[in-house]
Design a protein around this ligand. Structure first.
Ligand code: ATP
Ligand code: MG
Length: 428
């Protein structure tokens, strides 16, 4: 194939063979969200660039170097969403869903876009599932959001491979006091910083703590921590969260260096990490972002949520050997060469109509019975539905179990739902 037609770097195809794991994750997300009373919401992939610049923060990795931004045909600057929280907040406000005193629990699942160096668990088009809650302050909802994650991990069979880290970023006022002492610290050691961090020193020194450059590890770990600048309320908020998590049996560690890559967090931030995926250790990250809503236009509405990376979850399941069931058709229709194609198509339609939920693959290709049975076997179907000229004339079919040692049966068409239904139940 000519190179000009090949896929873009970091934008993988998800092939049929990949789908069992993806479907397992997507279904588990849907089920978990529904069991906590969260409802789905979908926003466009494209938004005005200014929405992300304003909400994610000018001096973040995402805004500085990862966004797919371009002028549209009228010259307006737009961006493929690098995450969904900003769009969700915009949509909630724009659609009047954040009335004073109201609260909402919503979730999403879909593709996001960041211009990054592709590697295992890091793509340019990747997928996130996330939960967001609006209008509820305090640590109880934060604990619920973490319990939701823990349930999801259990359902997916990866619970033991993920650990929860939490931290508090306090309030804006707490951070202002902390920022001063951080600037003093990093200014004193400016020679040890890299270019990114030196630039952030004046713009947003907290970001330096989020640096992934290993050379900065020692100067970062010597930096003052927020703890000593926390107001009593902030301290109590965090302490209550810790007690709730302990009472709920959710294990966690406090990581004072956890600051998260986005500007809009306050109070609680958290991350679920694994040591099974190399450098891409964060599978799910979240936190409270009360300030973001004010920024975009909803005054005094708290917000809190998390996002998980589906590529990393799928990779983790793979590393752990979690094997989701492979979807195969229930039945595979084989017609002999004497059966007119129109009659075979009509039979297939009839069976699908008569048996809701039945997955029936029709061979549609002529061939010897032997080669058709080979295909039926390859399809993974449990039962072959076989018709020849005599069956069609008598309104009958032959059902042949493809697995196990059941006998084949020739039965009237009207009996198929019952007999095939029983065969499939036994098979399952
Ligand atoms: P990282 O530190 O690994 O770059 P991040 O802090 O940028 O992650 P968030 O913006 O918090 O990540 O996104 C939440 C989750 O989305 C991450 O924990 C990760 O699982 C996933 N994720 C983020 N970027 C990518 C990507 N480029 N490819 C695949 N998954 C990603
Ligand atoms: Mg990142």
């Amino acid at each position: 194939m000519d190179k000009q037609y090949k896929r873009l770097r970091g934008m993988p195809d998800l092939l049929p063979v990949d789908m069992p794991a993806w479907h397992a994750v997507e279904q588990a997300v849907r089920d978990a969200m529904s069991s906590y009373g969260y409802t789905e919401m979908r926003t466009p992939l494209l938004e005005r660039t200014s929405l992300f610049e304003r909400s994610i923060g000018e001096s973040t990795d995402i805004v500085e170097k990862e966004m797919y931004t371009f002028p549209d045909r009228k010259g307006e600057r737009m961006t493929l969403r690098p995450e969904n929280t900003a769009s969700f907040v915009r949509a909630m406000i724009e659609n009047g869903l954040l009335q004073p005193g109201a609260s909402a629990r919503v979730w999403y699942l879909g593709p996001m876009f960041r211009y990054e160096r592709p590697q295992l668990g890091r793509q340019r088009q990747f997928h996130q599932a996330g939960a967001e809650v609006y209008g509820i302050a305090g640590p109880v909802i934060e604990c619920e959001l973490m319990l939701l994650c823990a349930r999801l991990w259990r359902e997916l069979g990866v619970g033991d491979a993920l650990t929860l880290q939490i931290n508090t970023l306090g309030t804006t006022e707490d951070r202002d006091r902390w920022r001063e002492s951080l600037v003093a610290h990093f200014t004193e050691h400016e020679a040890l910083l890299d270019d990114d961090s030196r630039r952030r020193l004046s713009k947003n020194p907290l970001r330096i703590l989020d640096s992934k450059n290993p050379d900065l590890e020692s100067v970062i770990s010597a930096a003052p921590s927020l703890d000593q600048f926390l107001a009593d309320d902030s301290r109590e908020h965090f302490q209550t969260l810790r007690e709730l998590l302990e009472a709920a049996g959710v294990a966690y560690t406090v990581n004072p260096r956890l600051v998260r890559g986005l500007d809009y967090y306050s109070h609680t931030v958290f991350e679920w990490t694994t040591d099974r995926l190399g450098a891409q250790s964060a599978v799910c990250s979240g936190g409270r972002y009360d300030g973001l809503l004010t920024e975009i236009g909803a005054r005094n509405t708290p917000g809190v949520g998390w996002a998980m990376g589906l590529e990393r979850m799928v990779a983790l399941m793979d590393v752990l050997g979690v094997k989701p069931p492979v979807a195969a058709p229930d039945a595979f229709l084989i017609a002999s060469d004497e059966v007119p194609a129109s009659a075979a198509l009509a039979l297939a339609e009839h069976l699908r109509q008569a048996m809701p939920g039945l997955s029936l693959q029709h061979n549609t290709v002529a061939g010897s019975m032997k080669s058709q049975f080979r295909k039926a076997d390859k399809s993974g179907a449990s039962v072959a539905v076989v018709v020849g000229a005599t069956e069609i004339a008598a309104s009958e079919v032959t059902l042949k179990p493809m697995r196990g040692d059941g006998e084949q049966q020739r039965i009237a068409l009207a009996q198929v739902p019952e007999v095939l239904g029983t065969m499939l139940q036994v098979e399952r």
